[in-house]
Ligand binder design. Structure first.
Ligand code: BGC
Length: 416
């Protein structure tokens, strides 16, 4: 809508036509509690404040959002859901199937979201043809973050293959640092495993994690994937168990560890610490996964609310999230790529530009897949069963990769 030569947002138009003011705040449940995440969250909070949308914070710490989802379930069961919830992939669709989510179709249609949000994301933002969530970003999990000085000290280049990777890890070990900064939490182990499996082939990743093909889950390639995971587990320090992901990032930032295999929210930590890509750290795709991307998208799902004021506040928040200028400002800080295809990459650093280019390329080439570790490949029941086997393998509980693969096929079959 044009008014006095200015384009009004659809949410503002909704407010005008129904004479609603934002008497109601939005209560936002999220798990953005690390330094980099909080910095990005502030970009969102500040943006909403300029639009007079009040914010009631409900942070639930825990990377990957498992604890947040448990807290959410408790709130909904008590009949008191938060207004807006950070959510991933299949969790959004599960809540929609329960009839718990509001409908953002009016604002989405007015603002033309269909034309600018990539289809892979829309698959999780819509149910039964209705918009049920607003995507704020696209992260991807197949990244490695390397301390540049530690890499230079090895005399080796950026690893492009599995064999290169192991050579760099060995050289870092010989140089007396912890080669792999890692936190032993199930979702972090699974994040590493996303990269390993994708590195063994895009068809294999799809067959195992998206199609849940028992032959792929329990076969020889999966045995090799687990053997690689077991190899990686030998490069972590003695205190890795239970460590939060951002503390593992800090180890790489301060040179105590050589590298971290983590989604690009890790970049938010490097940036928050004043580190510069290409100078202080390098970002590479998990060796062997160049040209392919395992993505996850943080979306804000809006829960059913009664009052028109609360509904208007939800629509206004969704509209603010989808604004292209906001998407640039937010994702520059968060480490992710925008959830719209029409956001310029000018404000992004080299890793951000690479993230955006890789995403577009993978989307075109059919090598863009939902992340297993971050809820975009299969529903939570399957994801959690997969986590259990991965973590057990990382902790040496199987005789070898073949035994772990057999356990995975069995666990996934039982979870469906
Ligand atoms: C989310 C990110 C978040 C990360 C660590 C992922 O599942 O998509 O936004 O930064 O977990 O907490």
């Amino acid at each position: 809508m044009r008014l006095f030569g200015k384009t009004m947002t659809a949410a503002a138009a909704l407010v005008m036509t129904t004479s609603i003011s934002f008497a109601e705040d939005v209560e936002v449940l999220h798990w953005w509690t690390s330094g980099g995440e909080a910095a990005a969250l502030n970009v969102l909070k500040d943006d909403l404040a300029t639009k007079s949308i009040g914010w009631v914070d409900m942070p639930v710490a825990g990377g990957g959002g498992e604890a947040a989802m448990t807290a959410l379930r408790a709130r909904v069961t008590a009949g008191d859901p938060p207004t807006a919830v950070q959510m991933l992939g299949f969790d959004i669709l599960d809540w929609a199937a329960e009839g718990a989510l509001g409908d953002l179709t009016e604002v989405a249609t007015a603002e033309g979201w269909d034309a600018v949000v990539p289809a892979a994301l829309q698959g999780f933002s819509k149910a039964d043809g209705k918009w049920i969530a607003a995507p704020v970003n696209v992260h991807s999990t197949n990244w490695v973050w390397i301390n540049k000085a530690a890499l230079d000290a090895t005399g080796l280049g950026e690893p492009a293959t599995w064999e290169d990777l192991v050579a760099v890890l060995e050289a870092m070990k010989a140089n007396g640092i912890t080669p792999l900064g890692h936190g032993g939490q199930a979702w972090q182990d699974a994040t590493v495993f996303d990269g390993i499996v994708l590195g063994l082939g895009t068809d294999f990743y799809k067959a195992a994690f998206i199609d849940l093909d028992p032959a792929a889950l329990g076969g020889e390639q999966m045995a090799e994937a687990f053997n690689r995971l077991i190899t990686l587990s030998t490069y972590v320090d003695a205190n890795f168990s239970g460590r939060d992901w951002n503390l593992a990032s800090a180890m790489v930032i301060n040179g105590e560890a050589g590298m971290q295999m983590m989604g690009d929210w890790a970049k938010g930590e490097f940036l928050k610490a004043g580190k510069v890509p290409g100078t202080d750290f390098v970002c590479i795709r998990f060796p062997g996964t160049q040209g392919a991307v395992t993505f996850n998208s943080d979306q804000f799902a809006m829960f059913n609310v009664e009052s028109d004021g609360a509904k208007a506040a939800q629509a206004a928040m969704a509209s603010a999230i989808m604004n292209p200028t906001f998407q640039s400002a937010f994702n520059v800080v968060k480490g992710s790529a925008p959830a719209r295809t029409d956001v310029p990459n000018d404000a992004f650093d080299d890793c951000g530009k690479k993230a955006m280019a890789d995403l577009a390329e993978a989307n075109t080439n059919g090598t863009l897949f939902g992340s297993m570790a971050h809820g975009h490949a299969a529903p939570a029941s399957v994801k959690n069963a997969t986590y259990d086997v991965i973590t057990a393998a990382f902790n040496g509980e199987y005789a070898d990769g073949a035994a772990a693969a057999a356990a995975l096929a069995e666990a996934v079959a039982a979870a469906q």
